[in-house]
Design a protein around this ligand. Structure first.
Ligand code: ADP
Ligand code: MG
Length: 283
């Protein structure tokens, strides 16, 4: 079971190494990186490449660790007891009101699975610590029913973070870590190629130049990401924008078309227009 990238996902050598290391160590793979660098997609692609079903848990600011294990649905039980009476068979058995979370599903699945805990840094600071033991031992206790849920197969765990919060040391110690660096121009070319196989070389070259120029603007509030570049290219192709619109001609340098796909706030757009204006004057 070795991950080698896929026809839809460009994985660099060090990323493939990291995935395989985490699998070998049987530790969660913690993937960090700017938004849009393919963290979520990595889990999907590894699962696909290894033929494992992927269980996904998308974390929000209100998500609690317990929800990944199970929840006791007291409201339904109360309602049922009002409708059917507290003595009804269904109401008496508390197991009917235990809702299984993703970890439980992964642990008790018949076949090995992959498990994605996406954007763990969105949750509060206690969240990672609350999952330490469960991810380490691959088991947890259900107090309501007094049963121990033990993993039949150790899932391959992916944990992603956009780096909004630092994660606790004890948690980090148990993970294999990989930072997805922002792709260089060559890697980006391969990524674009996966999405737009027939794209004209000249158009791609010009678009990439603009894209990296924008990213390198000092003082930019939000750098455009891979997915934004892909959006932009899609528009350029759909609108049939000519190459000349992207290349700066000698006499005039214009702001590239549809730059709203790349820059998402007015300060950044202004900054970019200034740069274009200065380039024009320096000629
Ligand atoms: N290495 C890559 N190979 C192919 N497509 C990629 C790659 N990295 C990013 N993408 C594209 O960017 C999009 C955003 O990726 P995503 O996994 O959602 O990023 P993240 O989870 O890091 O924010 C993907 O849907 C895919 O289209
Ligand atoms: Mg993501």
């Amino acid at each position: 079971m070795k991950f080698q990238g896929s026809d839809q996902y460009v994985a660099t050598q060090d990323l493939m190494l990291a995935v395989n290391a985490a699998v070998t160590l049987q530790r969660p793979l913690l993937v960090k990186g700017e938004p849009g660098t393919g963290k979520t997609m990595l889990a999907e692609e590894v699962a696909r490449a290894l033929g494992l079903p992927l269980l996904q848990w998308h974390i929000k600011s209100t998500t609690k660790a317990q929800q990944g294990l199970y929840e006791y649905d007291a409201v339904s039980r109360l309602r049922d007891s009002q409708l059917a009476g507290a003595d009804s068979e269904r109401v008496r058995d508390i197991r009917n009101y235990i809702v299984r979370g993703v970890l439980w599903q992964a642990f008790t699945s018949d076949e090995p699975t992959a498990l994605l805990i996406d954007e763990i840094d969105k949750a509060d600071i206690e969240f990672p610590n609350d999952l330490l033991r469960e991810l380490d031992r691959m088991e947890f206790y259900v107090y309501e029913t007094r049963e121990l849920v033990k993993a039949r197969h150790r899932p391959i765990v992916f944990i992603t973070s956009n780096n909004e919060k630092d994660l606790p040391d004890a948690f980090l110690r148990r993970c294999f870590f990989h930072y997805i660096k922002f792709p260089d121009a060559d890697t980006m070319r391969s990524i674009v190629d996966v999405h737009f196989p027939g794209l004209k070389k000249e158009l791609l070259g010009a678009a990439l130049k603009t894209f990296y120029d924008v990213r390198n603007l000092p003082g930019l509030k939000k750098k455009p990401s891979t997915s934004e570049l892909l959006d932009w290219l899609k528009l350029l192709v759909a609108e049939d924008i000519p190459l000349e619109a992207l290349q700066s001609q000698d006499d005039k340098v214009a702001v590239p078309p549809l730059v709203g796909a790349l820059l998402k706030n007015e300060q950044d757009v202004t900054l970019f227009e200034k740069l274009v204006f200065m380039q024009r004057h320096n000629r």
